[in-house]
Write a protein that binds this ligand. Structure first.
Ligand code: DGL
Length: 286
């Protein structure tokens, strides 16, 4: 069997998040890898992950990855900063042969680009408290002042399809208050849900602050990994996109339509979009 014909090459890329946030990474993957099938798993039965213990998040993430691999995923993208912070190391130990791409707040590019010497990171408590985060700051801040902001309530807003309006802006004002009088010029979006709030965030922080979203870099990394392992899909013809939730299917579908409906609509005729509920993903303790 030639590598081109191997079933693994045609297998989907598994993309995981606690909810719909990872769709901000999924759409970037699609941009750089349009000929790949994808299987997106949202663990909405347990969203948000941000306030859970690292052990809990790791257990949930292991269960999710295990399920994606059972479904035949050839590459795993952990499209969630919180899950990556809690589980990336142990996932790679458990499945050393599986390519796993994770996320981390984009401290490095923000620190390199800042002119004022001050940047801020907006993320969940789980991401900001993880040893991975302090190590990132230590390695890449390079004298730049890094302010951390916990985005309490924002993940829930995106999950509810609440992307703009006075309540969202008020929440953002409260969250940004600590850096209100500080000349930050870059704001790192350290949670994959937050790019969907970009317009509201930009309105609150003003036009002089650049929002930094690592999703395009993560998608390029996924492409590099597939190329290095010669795992790209070489088959011409339609690919499939599956979207699976552990939570409520109609709510998931309507959120998906609001967030990436333009992409789904443009693909209707040549792609196979499916969605269904998988209720088997359970938290089974640390
Ligand atoms: N999208 C997840 C992240 O990037 C959200 C975490 C949560 O569920 O709180 O961190």
């Amino acid at each position: 069997m030639t590598p081109e014909r191997s079933p693994l090459n045609a297998a989907p890329i598994g993309v995981f998040d606690s909810g719909v946030g990872g769709l901000s990474v999924w759409r970037e993957i699609l941009r750089v890898l349009p000929h790949e099938s994808t299987l997106y798993l949202a663990d909405q039965a347990h969203v948000p992950y941000g306030g859970r213990s690292a052990q809990e998040v790791a257990a949930l993430t292991h269960a999710a990855v295990s399920w994606l691999l059972e479904q035949g995923a050839k590459l795993i993208v952990i499209a969630c900063n919180t899950a990556s912070a809690a589980a990336l190391t142990s996932l790679r130990q458990r499945w050393p042969d599986v390519p796993i791409v994770g996320m981390e707040p984009a401290i490095k590019p923000a620190s390199q680009a800042t002119k004022t010497g001050s940047v801020a990171v907006l993320a969940t408590p789980g991401t900001l408290r993880a040893p991975r985060f302090s190590s990132l700051v230590k390695r890449f801040a390079n004298g730049v002042q890094v302010y951390t902001l916990m985005g309490a309530g924002l993940v829930e807003m995106v999950e509810r399809n609440e992307l703009d309006g006075p309540a969202v802006e008020e929440r953002l004002q409260q969250i940004m208050a600590p850096v209100q009088d500080i000349a930050i010029d870059h704001l790192v979006l350290g949670c994959t849900h937050f790019p969907f709030l970009s317009d509201a965030i930009q309105k609150v922080v003003g036009g002089n602050v650049t929002l930094v979203d690592p999703a395009p870099a993560v998608a390029r990394q996924a492409r590099r990994v597939l190329q290095n392992r010669q795992l790209q899909n070489k088959n011409a013809g339609p690919v499939s996109w599956r979207f699976v939730t552990t939570g409520d299917l109609p709510a998931f579908q309507s959120a998906t339509e609001r967030l990436i409906g333009d992409i789904l609509a443009s693909a209707e005729n040549r792609l196979n979009f499916q969605a269904w509920t998988n209720n088997q993903l359970q938290f089974s303790g640390a």
